[in-house]
Design a protein around this ligand. Structure first.
Ligand SMILES: NC(=O)c1ccc[n+]([C@@H]2O[C@H](COP(=O)([O-])OP(=O)(O)OC[C@H]3O[C@@H](n4cnc5c(N)ncnc54)[C@H](O)[C@@H]3O)[C@@H](O)[C@H]2O)c1
Length: 287
């Protein structure tokens, strides 16, 4: 089946929909004929996107919700379920970056990454999955990991750790849905973007003391990668199409992301210690 056949007419809830990948997924969901619930802490961003999607003939609702707040996400799920009906697609997308040596990282910045990137995904699952499992209508859950979920990168340890965590959590969830006997209608998939144009590096945390230059050089290096990054709407189309094919790992740039998967598998099977490299290991301009 095509993405339009599978998803068209359903309800999509997308966290972090105010910018970047989330906004791209929301635009594509709307083009496929989904009712889109745009969730973000940035009220202005989701209101503007709601107006844009409605002006294009879509059905969109904006909700301000902080994914760090378990009860707020629970209330969101109940409201969507009661007011709109069963959710066909939940995208746990909201995420934040962090640059700097781990030992320089302020406690609040560490907690921000864990709270948004890991706890936020868990809150989404805890709030929405029970409704999906209880219904016999088809439903999809996408969690945003990253190429960073299969790579190790110095000066981004909290972020990289969080994306490994989301990937493992998603793989476990996929098995749990099977073990509990719901795999006939609930589909869990992991999204691993490569490099997609967004605000994530600008809004990333840094360090207040210690080696601030090292933290900011890492931010600058990542901003350089943006020059070769993919358009979020194009990335969203790829993700929807791969999801419709029934793939588990949804890769915005299959060659680029799978080169990191292959390297990770090679390091683990050879049991080598991670090696510091100065050259860029993966080329984001590869599709
Ligand atoms: N852009 C990339 O190249 C890339 C690569 C790999 C993975 N990812 C992942 O994709 C996801 C989206 O990232 P992006 O690059 O589009 O970032 P972005 O910064 O452009 O957008 C993130 C959105 O999340 C929102 N947000 C932040 N904290 C929130 C919270 N507590 N509650 C609700 N919303 C919140 C922000 O307001 C923003 O609108 C992240 O999980 C990120 O790790 C991105």
């Amino acid at each position: 089946m095509t993405a339009a056949e599978l998803f068209g007419g359903g309800i999509a809830v997308i966290t972090g929909a105010g910018a970047g990948i989330g906004a791209g997924l929301a635009r594509q969901a709307s083009r496929l004929g989904m009712t889109v619930v745009l969730v973000d802490i940035d009220a202005g961003a989701v209101a503007a996107l709601r107006d844009e999607l409605r002006a294009a003939g879509g059905t969109a609702i904006d909700k301000v919700c902080d994914v760090r707040d378990a009860e707020a996400v629970q209330a969101l799920a109940a409201a969507v379920h009661d007011d709109l009906g069963p959710v066909r697609l939940l995208v746990n997308n909201a995420g934040v970056e962090q640059f700097g040596y781990l030992w320089d990282t302020p406690v609040d910045n560490w907690r921000r990454v864990v709270d948004v990137n890991i706890n936020g995904v868990y809150h989404g699952i805890r709030a929405f999955l029970p409704h999906m499992l209880a219904s016999d209508t088809p439903a999809w859950v996408w969690n945003l990991s990253s190429i960073g979920g299969v790579a190790v990168v110095p000066l981004q340890a909290p972020y990289i750790m969080s994306k490994h965590a989301v990937l493992a959590l998603t793989e476990c969830l996929h098995l749990e849905v099977q073990a509990a006997g719901h795999a006939d209608h609930v589909h869990v998939q992991a999204v691993l973007p490569g490099a997609v144009v967004s605000n994530i590096f600008e809004s990333a945390g840094g360090v207040d003391g210690g080696d601030t230059d090292a933290a900011e050089s890492q931010r600058a290096a990542m901003l350089d990668i943006k020059a070769a990054a993919m358009d979020p709407l194009a990335a969203a189309k790829v993700v929807f199409d791969q999801a419709a094919e029934g793939r588990f790992y949804l890769l915005t740039q299959p060659d680029y992301v799978s080169s990191a998967m292959i390297e990770r598998a090679r390091v683990l099977t050879s049991q080598e210690a991670p090696r510091l490299r100065t050259e860029r290991r993966f080329d984001p301009s590869r599709s």
